[in-house]
Design a protein around this ligand. Structure first.
Ligand code: E4P
Length: 216
């Protein structure tokens, strides 16, 4: 399973890249706004931190302008992936950009049928939002499972990029049902390494080692 970082925080991305846990990065207009940075500058800097796909989202709502914006974003770096909303215009833009071999990430997916359409227009990634479904008491994980079944039934190559991941259980559940990629905030990725018994066990090992008076 690939790990993407859902953030524009350069230090946090670099820290996790050093550990070997960054296969790509996703951003959205809210994340860019939160960074307070110039959109193209921050995308260019993120693209230098990882060779993996970095999703940069269009902001137009009509297909023709989305296509223009997508081509502009793609010029920032070779690893830019153009993120498009799951609307008919977004799907049309995805169809055109895919034919130009520009990687695409179709975002704001909340139903299996929407995911089916994204695969049909050649999306590189589909982004089902788990946390936002859970927020309204629907089952985000069930959406990932349904998309997995549909894509496997027909051999679609679009990768399932589980998004809106809010906690470590979401990551585990996505791995169990076979999401191809998860994108999560840096803090969630770091938390995956934590276990109280690991901390307790390590403290005991180090205490016993200290008693030997040896060094390595
Ligand atoms: C994914 O590409 C989105 O940027 C993101 O996962 C949305 O997460 P949120 O629902 O926590 O805002």
């Amino acid at each position: 399973m690939k790990f993407f970082i859902d953030s524009a925080d350069l230090d946090a991305i670099a820290e996790l890249a050093d550990v070997g846990l960054v296969d790509g990065v996703t951003t959205n207009p809210s994340i860019i706004a939160k960074s307070g940075r110039n959109f193209k500058d921050v995308i260019a800097e993120i693209c230098r931190l990882t060779p993996g796909h970095v999703s940069a989202e269009v902001v137009a709502t009509d297909a023709d302008t989305m296509i223009k914006e997508g081509r502009i974003l793609r010029k920032i770096a070779e690893n830019v992936c153009v993120k498009l909303p799951l609307t008919l215009d977004g799907l049309k833009a995805c169809n055109t950009l895919s034919k130009e071999e520009i990687p695409t990430n179709v975002t704001l997916c909340f139903s299996p049928n929407q995911a089916l359409l994204a695969a049909k227009v050649g999306a590189t990634y589909i982004s089902p939002f788990i946390g936002r479904l859970d927020d309204i008491t629907l089952d985000g994980l069930e959406l990932i499972e349904d998309i997995r079944t549909i894509y496997d039934n027909y051999g679609f190559e679009t990768e399932i990029l589980a998004a809106s991941i809010r906690n470590v259980n979401h990551v585990k559940e996505c791995a169990i049902v076979g999401a191809d990629v998860i994108t999560a905030p840096p803090q969630v990725v770091k938390s995956l390494a934590n276990h109280v018994l690991t901390d307790k066990g390590l403290a005991a090992f180090l205490k016993d080692w200290e008693g030997t008076g040896q060094s390595i």
